[in-house]
Design a binder for this molecule. Structure first.
Ligand code: MN3
Length: 239
């Protein structure tokens, strides 16, 4: 083999190797070769087992470290070509999806919605949560639903009835009136025409409860009421 042939062989081998690397980077969301930003996975604000026995540690670990991490990884891949987009807060992006380039609009809706919803969801729960809210939010709940138990019944019914994968939300309207909404997939109340503000939400995708509750979604919903972080929810209402 001449020196020139040797160089050519080496160059071809190297090109082939980069092709393989590129292919594997594209095929493996969340792998080390996926873009590491601009969006990042926020750490869970408590240990995996903090919500036991209501929500088990294994579910929390997989839900945060795998499901949420994958939304972030896929969102970063989608926005890689559009660095300007990531300078907007996620909330503003979701409120105006039509401003997102069409090529990545569905990806941003699903992966960005997933990232946003889960970031809120972790903070809407805490160890030793549950009970009932206090102050301004209590008055607003009474006004819209008659009482806390009236709210709990309506919310539970709505969450039980979500067909397939989605969320149920307590939302605040422009005049601070509360209502209950459900959304399919990873859609957010912010995406609606009135941009209702999600102040509390439950993930009713099976990945949120299947390990412990299997098909018994109503049991998961009842248990989840014991971990609601009402201080956080009240803070969102006052915003
Ligand atoms: Mn989820």
């Amino acid at each position: 083999m001449t020196r020139r042939q040797a160089l050519k062989t080496a160059a071809l081998a190297s090109a082939a190797l980069s092709t393989v690397r590129l292919a594997s980077a594209q095929a493996t969301p969340g792998s080390a070769t996926a873009p590491s930003g601009p969006f990042t996975l926020p750490p869970l604000p408590y240990p995996f087992d903090a919500l036991e026995p209501h929500i088990d540690a294994k579910t929390m670990e997989i839900h945060h470290d795998k499901h949420h991490a994958t939304y972030v990884a896929n969102l970063n891949k989608a926005v890689a070509e559009f660095p300007d987009l990531a300078r907007k807060p996620m909330e503003d992006i979701l409120k105006d999806l039509n401003a997102v380039p069409e090529k990545i609009r569905t990806a941003v809706r699903n992966q960005g919605g997933g990232h946003f919803n889960h970031t809120l969801f972790w903070r809407m729960m805490k160890k030793g949560g549950g009970g009932e809210p206090k102050g301004e939010l209590t008055a607003a709940i009474d006004k819209s639903f008659g009482s806390f138990s009236g709210f709990k019944d309506k919310f539970t019914e709505a969450a039980t009835k979500v067909f397939g994968s989605g969320w149920t939300w307590l939302v605040s309207g422009p005049d601070k009136t509360l209502s209950i909404e459900t959304s399919p997939n990873q859609d957010s109340p912010f995406m609606g025409p009135a941009h209702h503000v999600p102040i509390l939400g439950i993930d009713v995708w099976e990945h949120a409860y299947y390990l412990k509750y299997q098909n018994r979604r109503p049991e998961y919903i009842a248990a989840w009421f014991n971990v609601i972080n009402w201080d956080f929810v009240s803070g969102r209402y006052r915003m």
